[in-house]
Structures are given as C-alpha cells and as structure tokens.
Design a protein. Structure first.
Length: 159
C-alpha cells in the first residue's frame, strides 16, 4: 500500500512539474506549487516540490535562498529543528552576500526561534539581536534608496 502511495506521489510530482508540452516548469512555478501544498498542510508533497525546485539548474541565488527559507519554515512546522536550522543557515549565507537586509533579518529571527526551541538561549539571543540590527539597516537603506542616495552607507552590514 505504501509503495502505491509513493508511486502516486511521484507521478503527481512529474505531472505537476512539466508543462503540457513535456517541458520542465520553472523552479519558481514548482516553488509556488510547494507553497500551496504547504498551505494545504500537505507537508510531504511540499517538501518534495521544494527539493525539486532546488535541484533546478536554472535557479538564481535569491530564488534558491527563498526556497531554502520556505523549506526551513516547513521543517520548523514539523519540529524538525536540526533540518530547519540547516535550511535557514544555507538561506542566510545567500542573503548575506546580497543587499537583501530585510530577508536577512527575517532569517535571523527564524533562526533565533529554532535556537530557542532547542534551548540554545545564548544563540537565540545573539540571533535575535543580529536580526534587529539587520532590520534597522534594511530600513535605513530603503529610506536612502527612496530619496535617491546612491552611496547608501551602512547598507552592507553583513557584506
């Protein structure tokens, strides 16, 4: 019975990840389907779709970071704390290299929640403090960008 269910899931994934012409869908489309499955509490299917999206050859770093962040949230929901931590750390490495300080702040907050649940209170506190710093730096950068300040000092907090 379990083998049949696994085969059905595999067929479903193959059908849902190819277009009518048989061409692979973009990783963003697969990630969108994974997010929908997550919202419907179909965590196994969601995880498989997220991993399929990550395996795509045509995926940019920011999309990969967003998918890893979503995967971390899925793992956190299932209380798979070590896997959540690793997914968040991988996403954080991507976003730290970019100028996406708000995403960095959010990831640090999520990582702080994982550490708190693991009773790693010093790590949770440190992660939360860094989240606040990144969030404040992100707000400063957005304000400077809005007024046309091209120099944007302070926007490379984690570069």
């Amino acid at each position: 019975m379990m083998r049949n269910a696994s085969a059905l899931v595999l067929i479903w994934v193959l059908c849902r990840t190819t277009s009518a012409n048989g061409w692979p869908l973009q990783s963003g489309s697969i990630a969108a389907m994974a997010r929908q499955e997550y919202q419907n509490h179909h965590y196994d299917q969601s995880e498989k779709l997220f991993k399929t999206a990550l395996d795509s050859r045509n995926i940019d770093d920011i999309t990969r970071g967003a998918i890893l962040s979503d995967l971390g949230t899925l793992y956190l929901e299932e209380e798979r704390l070590e896997e959540a931590e690793q997914a968040y750390i991988s996403a954080l490495k991507i976003f730290r290299r970019s100028s996406h300080l708000n995403e960095t702040a959010l990831l640090l907050r999520h990582l702080g929640a994982v550490y708190s649940l693991q009773r790693r209170h010093d790590d949770a506190k440190r992660s939360s403090e860094r989240s606040i710093e990144a969030g404040e730096a992100g707000c400063r950068c957005e304000s400077r960008t809005a007024i046309g300040d091209s120099e944007q000092p302070g926007c490379g907090l984690f570069s």
